[in-house]
Every structure is written in C-alpha cells, then in structure tokens.
Design a protein around this ligand. Sequence first.
Ligand code: F6R
Length: 593
Amino acid sequence: MCGIVGYIGERQVQPILLNSLTKLEYRGYDSCGIAVAGDGIELYKDAVRVKTLSKASPQFNGTAGIGHTRWATHGKPSQLNAHPHLDCSGNIAVVHNGIISNFQLLRQQLTAEGHNFTSETDTEVIPHLIEKHYHNNLENAVEAALREVEGSYAIIALAAGEPKLVVAKKDGPLIIGIGDRENFIASDVPAILDYTNRVIYLEDGDIGVITKGKIRISRDGTEVSREEHKVLWSVEDAKKGGYEHFMLKEIHEQPKVIRDTLVGWVSAEEPAVDLAVMRGGIESMLIVACGTSYHAALIGKYIAEELLSIPTRVEPASEFNYYGQTLARTGAIVITQSGETADTLKAMRRLKDGGCPVLAITNVVGSSASRIANQTIYTRAGPEISVAATKSFMAQLIVLYWLVMSSSKADARRLADLIMGLRQLPGKAQQVLDNEDKIMEHAAYLSRYENVFFVGRGINFPVALEGALKLKEISYIHAEGYAAGELKHGPLALLGKKVPVIAIVARDNTYEAMLNNIREVKARESPVIAVAEEGDEAIEQLADSVITVPKVDAVFSPVVNTIALQLLAYYAAKQRACPIDFPRNLAKSVTVE
Ligand code: F6R
C-alpha cells in the first residue's frame, strides 16, 4: 500500500528520502518518486523500484523534501500517475495516501477554472486546490484545500520558497519523527527508524507545520499538543539479520515472539487481563478481522467457546460492514496486525456507533485501531516486514489464549495445565523449527503441484484456512482450506493423483473423524501429507507422508501446526523462485476498502 516520507533539516534530503522509501517497500508498491524544495521544486518519479529510481534520479540539492511509494488505485502504474504531484506552477508538491472520493467533481471544477491535469489520479486535485488557495502561506492553503475534499488522506505538502512541510491526516496513518534540528514524516515507523525513535502520532483532523526546529500541530485553527512516544522496535528488528527473506526470519522469531507476548501476561506482576469489554452484562462476543488475523479470530472462537462458554461470532470485517448487525450486550474484539486495515477500522467505528465496547488486538503502537478502540492490547511481535503474516498471527493467538484463560471459569486443574502448556509453547515452537529440513523436503514435493487442499476439523479448521492462504499468496499454487467433513459435499469431485491434500490432525475429539476423512481422500488417489503429533502410528500408516509436530494440548495445536505450514509454504515458494516477501498484487497494510 502507498507509503509516505518527508524530511526537513540540515542534511541533504535526497539520500534520506531514498533510504526511507526502501524501508517502506515491504508495504507493496508499483511506482515511486521524490520532490526536493530549493528555489523551485525538483521532481523525479517513475513506475520503477526505489533502487532504480535512486540510480536514475538526478542529484537534487536541498534540505527539505518528500517521497512516496504508490500502489495504484486510480490510474495504472505509470510515470505520470506516480507521486509526488505538482500544481500548475510546479511550485507546490504533494504526496498522498488514501482516496479522495469527490475527486471527479473537484477535477471538473478546477479544470473549468483553468487548471491542467497530467495524471489520472484522485490525488492530483490536492496540489491544484492548494494552488487555488495559496497566498504565500502553505498551511492556510492546505487547510482551505482540505475543507473541499471528501475521503481519506494522509498528506505532506511542500512549497518552493517556504522552508516547511505541511502535513494533515484523516483515516490514514501519519507520524512525525523528532530529530535534533531535523524532523521526519512517515506513514510507517520503519521508514524513520534509522534516524530516530522519538515519534508523535497524528490524529484525524490534525494539521501540522514542521520546520527543522519546530513542530506545530493544530486542529480547527487551535494549537493542540500531541504526546511524544518512544518506539521500542530497533533498526535490527526491521532488518533481515542474515536470513534470505524477512518471512523466514519472522517464522524463526516465533519462539521469542511467544515468550515476549507472554511476558507481562503470564507473570506475577500482571496475572490477569482486565477484559473491560466483557463487563456490564455482556452475553456474547463478536470478533472481527481480515485475512490471517481473521483466521486467528476463528481460532479465538473455538477457545472462547470451550474455555469461556460464551457464544462467539466471528466475521470478516469486509462482510460485517455491509450486513452484520451489531448486537446488544455484545463485547467486540477486533484483530489487526497493522492497526490500519480500512475494512477493520470501518467495522470498529460501526461497532462503537452501535454501542459495542471494542477491544483492539494490534501490533502497532499508536495505530488507528488503537486510537478508535475502548481498550487495546498490543501483541509483541516487533515489526513484521514480509507481506505474509506469520509472527503477528502467532502473537495474536497467544493474546487470545491468555485473554480467554484469564477470564475462564474452567476448573482450576484444567486451567493450571493450560497455563503450564502455554509456558511450554516457545520450546514446542522451536521443536517445529528444528524440523525445518524435513519440512523442506515435503515442500519440494508439493511445489510440483498446481492445486492443493488443506483440511482440518475443529480448532484446526482455521489452521487449514491459514495454511492454504500462506501457500497460495507466496507460492501462487492454488490452495483451498476446507473443513475436512465438507469434502464429501462437493470438493471430492476435484480430488485425484494431481491434487495433494494436507490433512491437519489433532488428538482431540475430531481425531477419528479425521482418520476417516483421510481414508476418503486416499480412496480418490490424492496424495496425503498429514501434519500430526510425533509418534502417531495410525497416521504414519495411513498418510503418504507425515510432517510431525511435538505433542501439545489440542487447544494449542494451532500453534505448532501453523508454524509447520508456514515453513511448508515458504519452502514451496522458494522452490518456485517466487518473490516471497513481496507477492504480486498484495500489500502489507490494506488501507483501502
Ligand atoms: C496474509 C496477510 C493478510 C492480513 C490482512 C489483515 O498473510 O497478511 O491477509 O492478515 O490483510 O491485515 P491486518 O492484520 O493488518 O489487519
């Protein structure tokens, strides 16, 4: 998704902008560009990678500038559609994330007033509106321009001859990084981590005027103060650390992520979570999320219904926004790694408007989700750079386990066993990783196929969905996740020698039924790879091959099974020479509906 950077200070701006843009590449983009302010505005942009832009761009002289990575929404990826965009005079430059919903009307009006447009984008109306209202004061012109636009935006504007950046946001993330006689702007923390860890999160409606020595934020003309935060992520956290891909590094970080997420929860200092959203006569729970976070939510439903005995509904945010009813006496949880997913944020607003208290589980401190929620729990996964979510999913699961267990009325002995099981999870996760070489062999075999089914039952049905999602998004093998019992209601027609089935088997009440499902599949000649507990002889005999995982309480089986499936997807994609960290057409943070 689009990324924004800006700098004003005493250093040459161009290398800083280009370096910061490389840190946003993980979000997914198709074009990029920079603008530097001197006496005029110097601009270079194209539908290329940042590396190519760096080589091709002329050297610009200046200490203030803006940059952008674009993910096309309005208009194809092209040099003209790339940001920054300029006004007619070429003296005002703007980068923008979001969508201006009334851009067509504004464009018609501005064209009638004599403005010339060069791109197909919605963004281009912004520099023209600023130009229309510009009387040697960029801040006033930006304010006036934004009064005319509808939609979502995070913008940085730059004007020749004015040594300042003007920033504004509505429904899109924007942060200011504070330096020493220099300041940074970015849509995302990794972009500024090389320079500072002191940040201010802007709020919707804020307009900021940033010079090298001063940050002034106002809303509706009145100055406001915004708290400074320290980002705990280190530069190293956002680097590959010797791994070939971020995804592999992030998969390997999971034992640590589980440990870090548990510290503070399963500890004497903080023995129980005060689940505020579940107070006050709440009778049911609703969990809303998208993609991989939605799969974590589905697992949350199984845990909550088993250990809390509370009816729990799970909805993909994109669906809930159009038909789901908010329920009376319902406590809502939203799960979002980035805290910026447009569908999820829309659902949150809807829930709050409907009177549901909302708890957000997110990985990004200061994200929009954390500001909308009544209560926020941060997963402690560290920055997740690879587009495919892995360690953030794990951290979400751990939070859900602990949330549910800390409110559970299950008998004391069962709870004590579960807490013990939770504490052992980092070691169990490590055991799965230690089996990497074997999983690699399974992946090499799988990579030859074009269609694969993942099946599971109960708490491992969402694991099948997640396994299929990981495989399809990074290896481009068509993969479907199915409830194993549903195969006979249609998908069996597709099975055969060319369609392997990955069967996720847990030692719970679904075990015998899963064995029967595997028999069903084998009878149709599909090769079966089972993911099953070590020492399970029945599975060894039945399946064509087995990926073994360590023994855990079945409640925790999604943890070990998912790690095995992440590795399977990773190595299958590697075998097929896919661009693992940046799959085609996908973005890390989906800030459009
Ligand atoms: C898949 C993946 C996506 C995200 C989804 C939600 O690997 O990463 O499906 O899970 O876009 O993102 P968040 O959790 O940031 O709301």
